[in-house]
Design a binder for this molecule. Structure first.
Ligand code: NDP
Length: 461
């Protein structure tokens, strides 16, 4: 690994992959893979650029934009754009590095990349957001294209922003092409793309529940703690409710809502409407009629995990490192059995270690244990449907909602089965009865697929 400076998030993501590989029999069985590690850890290219615009008060503002084109062995660079005041190179390198292996897990021809802008969009008008997006794309458009690099949304970049970014690309390049995914439905977008990460997360978790309980249990009757209240959290919550689960929490950057009797679909829809206008959960529960008859507790400045009471499933869906070691212990004490990340690297290394320890301590697959799935596997439904959006754009076709949803389900279940069988193939764990490690499985599958492509193309020799 060659970190450029102090890059704690990137180092954490890198060490997670390295530890998974070293803590398996891969390098004993096939030593050639060891030499891929230092090479795959260095991005093929990093573009950093100045973005300036005029704000609504007539003053000039400036921010730093980035695109990390990490690895193109499997296909064009693919990965989202994050617009958030915490954006820096460590965060984007961690996200880009994860994205390489995540995209390989989809089974599609996609390389890995990530980008963004260090800016807070909250409180800015649609007009100012448009000027920011056009200014950002003025530089980015020189480096991307439908066969080169295809960005999408991430934190702070939803349908509105993707629309402005696409419009800017089209006007600068005089080319209408599928250069971004997450597009509007009447101009090249795919049905189910907005829902895909949240739905896919629930489909992956459903596969975990199904396997661990030998088909006896499902989401029905389960108490599910979710963090975040953006794109991923909203659709994860709606799918859990549809499958008969009880969503006991959601959160945002200012606090959490806890509803022991369950958050309703109508309430989630109110949140979806209000979040585009940058309202906080505290404002939303005060203003929207959907919340007037329901007992909701609001906790300012708190994440939900230690406040949710008894839970069966935890789905972190806000941001990285949002479950600490202490919070992981609290979730275990609250009875959690399944933890799957909607966010990228949602668990700290300590939290992941605690969940993995619980898994290993189970004497048999049917005994109480915690089973943990890392985001690069459980949240890859979004990029997988982005891949389907690219396929539809190439065909100049639109697939039906059912067709895309079925394909998404199939991709998530295949990914789960690949993680499971590969974790078993390369396991060095004594307890053969324990559930296999999905974190090792995901890292092994993704890494082997990318490494093989790099060998074939002469990136490593
Ligand atoms: P959104 O911007 O739609 O929502 C993000 C949510 O997380 C908001 O509720 C936001 O609160 C909250 N949040 C953001 N930063 C923090 C923070 N530092 N502390 C606490 N809460 C925070 O983003 P998405 O839903 O798209 O993304 C959520 C996660 O899922 C990210 O980790 C992203 O990388 C990952 N992901 C997203 C995919 C996608 O398709 N969108 C695909 C795969 C992964 P507030 O409303 O107050 O800003």
């Amino acid at each position: 690994m060659s970190p450029i400076a102090h890059e704690p998030e990137f180092q954490q993501a890198y060490e997670e992959v390295v530890n998974s590989l070293k803590d398996s029999t891969l390098f004993d069985k096939q030593p050639k893979y060891q030499k891929v590690l230092p090479i795959v850890s260095v991005p093929e290219r990093i573009i950093q650029f100045r973005v300036t615009w005029e704000n609504d008060k007539g003053a000039q503002e400036v921010a730093t934009g980035y695109r990390v084109q990490y690895n193109s062995a499997k296909g064009p660079y693919k990965g989202g754009l994050r617009f958030h005041p915490t954006v820096n190179l460590s965060i984007l390198k961690f996200l880009g590095f994860e994205q390489i292996f995540k995209n390989a897990l989809t089974g599609q021809a996609l390389g890995g990349g990530k980008g963004g802008l260090c800016v807070d969009l909250k409180g800015r008008s649609d007009n100012e957001i448009r000027r920011i997006c056009y200014s950002f794309m003025r530089e980015l458009s020189r480096h991307i294209g439908q066969d080169t690099d295809v960005p999408a949304g991430d934190i702070g970049v939803g349908g509105r922003e993707v629309g402005f970014l696409f419009g800017a690309y089209k006007s600068y390049k005089n080319s209408w092409e599928g250069v971004l995914t997450g597009k509007g439905l009447n101009w090249g977008g795919s049905l189910i793309r907005p829902e895909a990460t949240g739905y896919g997360l629930v489909y992956y978790t459903q596969a975990m529940i199904d396997f661990a309980t030998k088909g006896k249990e499902s989401f029905a009757g389960k108490r599910v703690a979710i963090s975040g209240s953006g794109n991923v959290a909203q659709y994860a919550a709606l799918k859990v409710i549809e499958l008969g689960g009880t969503v006991v929490s959601l959160s945002d950057s200012k606090g959490s809502i806890i509803a022991q009797n369950g958050i309703t679909a109508e309430q989630v829809e109110a949140i979806t409407e209000a979040k585009v206008q940058f309202k906080t959960l505290e404002q939303i529960i005060g203003e929207y009629s959907a919340f007037s008859n329901n007992k909701i507790k609001y906790l300012a400045g708190a994440r939900p995990w230690v406040h949710v009471g008894e839970v069966d499933v935890a789905l972190p869906c806000a941001t990285q490192n949002e479950v600490s070691g202490d919070e992981a212990k609290a979730l275990v004490a609250a009875g959690v059995k399944f933890v799957a990340e909607g966010s990228n690297m949602g668990c700290t290394a300590e939290a992941a270690h605690i969940f993995e320890g619980e898994r290993l301590s189970a004497k048999s697959a049917s005994e109480p244990a915690v089973w943990y799935a890392p985001g690069k596997a459980s949240n890859m439904g979004g990029v997988a449907v982005s891949g389907l959006e690219m396929a539809q754009n190439s065909q100049r076709m639109s697939w039906s909602r059912e067709q895309v949803d079925q394909e998404l389900k199939k991709i998530m279940v295949n990914c789960f089965n690949d993680c499971l069988s590969t974790a078993r193939e390369y396991t060095n764990e004594d307890n053969a009865e324990a559930l296999p490690s999905l974190i090792k499985g995901a890292n092994l599958v993704g890494f082997i697929r990318v490494a093989d492509a790099m060998f074939d193309q002469g990136d490593v020799w």
